[in-house]
Design a binder for this molecule. Structure first.
Ligand SMILES: [Zn+2]
Length: 440
């Protein structure tokens, strides 16, 4: 990897790198030459295959590395390799017919080359490749029956109506806890399906520590009964009338996990944030969210800022793998928003006075750090007083579509968000934040 080894480690501290490469252009002047020269970190990339767009992602790094490309991908028939490499994050898979989009963009169909499209067109046509649209399963569409597509709203509706036992007017917690644990596995890019032995070792202690005090539920219960949600597969056990015992599960070598459809939806950042927020607020209101999310590898979802707290917020959220590569917030942007509002909080209007000036904090709406990976731009920033910054970050308040600032515990409107005419707050970031709040 040469000099790029460190850059890669910094871009992908978790150890899994997502790269996409391009061979050198054949001609001196071509669409590809323009695209290779013009693409930038922060650009969005659409992936095309078989006349469809199949994924989108964001460029977080660019480099040329012939040796790395040939080691990873080999060479094509003309001995070229995919040496113009993009490092990617926010990878979202979906399937959308490409032809109408390409025609709208004035790009020849079928798409034959790396093609760069300007921001203005991108805004117009991104709607047509909405990653929120249902995932079309690419497998199992055989004569054995068609797998049904599952959208983000289907998933959330299902999660909101899990069948849970009621004990002393409180819903039992084994299913929601197990689902959070399984989302944690997806977030860590571990296998969707897990063997019963591992399941028992990992979920058992969670049920003991976070379940209702008087609950005697053991891990085989959610392992088996989550099937009724329609989001959960169990393999290796015949679908009989009685629930299998632990020894039957061991004997059968059973495994369980999210269905392929559900896992696909939960790999999308917004859907995942909303699912976690919804599960926590619907079923686990009395559980220490930071503690539980930390145990299942989802610590960053306990706050809006994630593992890179905004200024002022030291935070109790454990910060893993912080390196110099973490996105650095732009100090000029921070200054700009504070000056724009004259340090007045966009929620309450208060200005904290200091001896010689005033004090305010710039808060990212969709946190800059992992797992949120929000962008560092003005439309994702708020100018807040320290109190409202903490409340916003710790999900005690949220902002609805009509700019009303609401208390999460009651839903009551407390303020209306103050907005400067030069400050276009982007609703998509507020939507992500509402998702974390369980208000998706
Ligand atoms: Zn305030």
């Amino acid at each position: 990897m040469g000099a790029d080894a460190n850059a890669l480690k910094n871009l992908f501290p978790e150890g899994v790198a997502r790269l996409w490469g391009s061979t050198p252009p054949v001609r001196e002047r071509s669409e590809k030459v323009t695209a290779l020269a013009g693409r930038k970190v922060g650009d969005e990339v659409l992936f095309y295959a078989e006349k469809k767009f199949v994924a989108k992602a964001r460029i977080i790094g660019l480099f040329d590395n012939h040796a790395l490309a040939s080691a990873v991908w080999g060479r094509d028939e003309s001995q070229k390799t995919w040496q113009h490499i993009m490092a990617l994050d926010n990878v979202v898979e979906f399937e959308v017919p490409a032809e109408p989009v390409l025609r709208g963009l004035g790009v020849p169909v079928p798409l034959r080359s790396l093609t760069l499209v300007g921001a203005e067109k991108r805004l117009r046509f991104m709607d047509m490749v909405d990653p929120e649209a249902p995932v079309r399963p690419r497998v199992n569409r055989s004569s054995t029956g068609s797998a049904t597509a599952l959208g983000r709203s289907d998933l959330l509706r299902t999660l909101a109506s899990l069948k849970t036992h009621i004990r002393g007017r409180r819903p039992s917690r084994h299913k929601p806890i197990t689902l959070l644990w399984a989302i944690g596995r997806l977030a860590a890019e571990r296998d969707r399906m897990v063997e019963w032995q591992t399941f028992r070792e990992e979920v058992g202690p969670l049920l003991r520590d976070f379940g209702l005090a008087d609950s005697r539920v053991t891990p085989e219960y959610p392992f088996w009964h989550l099937r009724s949600s329609g989001l959960w597969d169990v393999e290796g056990v015949e679908d009989g009338t009685a629930a299998p015992t632990p020894s039957q599960l061991t004997e059968a070598g059973a495994s369980a996990g999210f269905s392929r459809n559900a896992a696909n939806v939960l790999r999308r950042p917004l859907a995942r944030a909303e699912a976690i927020g919804l599960i926590c607020s619907t079923y686990l209101g009395e559980v220490d969210r930071e503690d539980l999310l930390g145990r299942v590898g989802l610590a960053g979802y306990a706050s809006a800022s994630g593992d890179l707290p905004d200024e002022g917020g030291e935070g109790r959220v454990p910060r893993r793998s912080r390196t110099s590569s973490q996105p650095v917030r732009d100090p000029q942007l921070v200054d700009r928003i504070k000056v724009m509002y004259g340090h007045a909080c966009q929620v309450c209007g208060a200005r904290v006075e200091t001896q010689h000036s005033h004090y305010s904090e710039a808060a990212h709406i969709q946190g800059l750090g992992g797992p949120h990976h929000g962008p560092d731009r003005l439309s994702n920033l708020l100018c807040l007083c320290p109190n409202h910054h903490v409340e916003f970050d710790r999900l005690a308040i949220y902002i609805d579509e009509d700019w009303a600032v609401r208390r999460n515990s009651t839903g009551d409107i407390e303020y209306e968000l103050k907005r400067h005419t030069d400050h276009a707050v982007d609703q998509q970031y507020l939507k992500y934040h509402r998702g974390l709040c369980g208000r998706g």
